[in-house]
Design a protein around this ligand. Structure first.
Ligand SMILES: Nc1ncnc2c1ncn2[C@@H]1O[C@H](COP(=O)(O)OP(=O)(O)OP(=O)(O)O)[C@@H](O)[C@H]1O
Ligand SMILES: [Mg+2]
Length: 253
């Protein structure tokens, strides 16, 4: 049985309150507040080094934080390993570098975690994997190795692999920025489809066309803070903050 994206559990998918994080003495996140509703799509943008990756990595505890709270689907993130596991079950993540296992086929990349982490029977895991490979439109690549695929295809495998764990929330960290221009669209199309299916998504991206089309809100970060958060039309047509204006002038040029 292929699981459906569940959309009804908690009205608030992610609540981040007064989050502070340091790398040693460097204060990387400064009092970040962000609430993501179930089904909402957030695009985070901002200059390099502003803390975008660090922020989304905190959500599934790839980074620890020193102050504040993060609550995912009603579960508060603490040092408790069980809680961290529970939250990671809810959250799928796709990175700039696809991080596929090169020695495993596409299908094996997709079934590895369901079989070994979820104890899903192999037959069922393969059925689920083929379903998602179909959805990202590369079912015919199932038997190939990542090295035999284009960058865009590899990134779509990475998305399918994350979906195989049936997450309620998907985090993306610049999923298209390592791709050749002609492959960006096929990955963005996949993400648009996922958005239309109702997935809750937090996407770090400078693809402003995607943000305009899909985002409920665009969040602009600078030096570890959320400086502005607004619906795309408002953000693009009338950015309020000088730093957001300067940033937009640069990326839209
Ligand atoms: N593990 C680390 N140790 C120390 N400093 C770090 C570490 N990871 C990131 N930083 C620093 O924290 C700041 C924020 O990094 P982060 O990767 O979150 O930025 P970003 O907004 O994602 O940037 P980019 O757009 O370049 O990906 C940067 O100044 C970076 O050098
Ligand atoms: Mg980053």
């Amino acid at each position: 049985m292929v699981p459906k994206i569940e959309t009804t559990r908690h009205a608030i998918a992610i609540a981040i309150e007064q989050l502070d994080k340091w790398f040693g003495t460097f204060h990387v996140l400064r009092g970040v507040d962000l609430t993501v509703k179930r089904g909402e799509k957030i695009v985070i943008c901002g200059p390099s080094g502003s803390g975008k990756s660090t922020l989304i990595r905190c959500i599934n505890r790839l980074e620890a934080f020193e102050r504040g709270r993060i609550i995912v689907d009603g579960i508060e993130l603490t040092d408790d390993v069980k809680r961290v596991d529970e939250i990671r079950r809810e959250v799928g993540m796709v990175f700039q570098q696809f991080n596929l296992f090169p020695h495993l086929t596409v299908l094996e990349n997709c079934t590895l975690a369901p079989i070994w982490v979820r104890q899903m029977p192999r037959r069922e895991a393969e059925e689920v994997a083929r379903h998602y490979l179909e959805r990202v439109r590369i079912p015919e690549q199932a038997g190939k190795y990542p090295g035999q695929l284009s960058g865009g295809q590899q990134q779509r495998v990475a998305i399918a692999r994350a979906l195989c764990m049936n997450p309620r929330i998907m985090l993306f960290d610049e999923p298209t920025s390592a791709l050749d221009p002609e492959m960006v669209k096929e990955v963005l199309d996949t993400m648009v489809q996922l958005a239309l299916d109702g997935m809750t998504m937090v996407v770090v991206s400078h693809e402003m066309g995607f943000a305009r089309e899909v985002a409920d809100r665009v969040v602009f970060m600078d030096v570890g803070q959320i400086v502005e958060a607004a619906p795309p039309r408002e953000f693009f047509d009338a950015p309020r903050h000088d730093r957001a204006k300067a940033f937009l002038a640069q990326v839209l040029r």
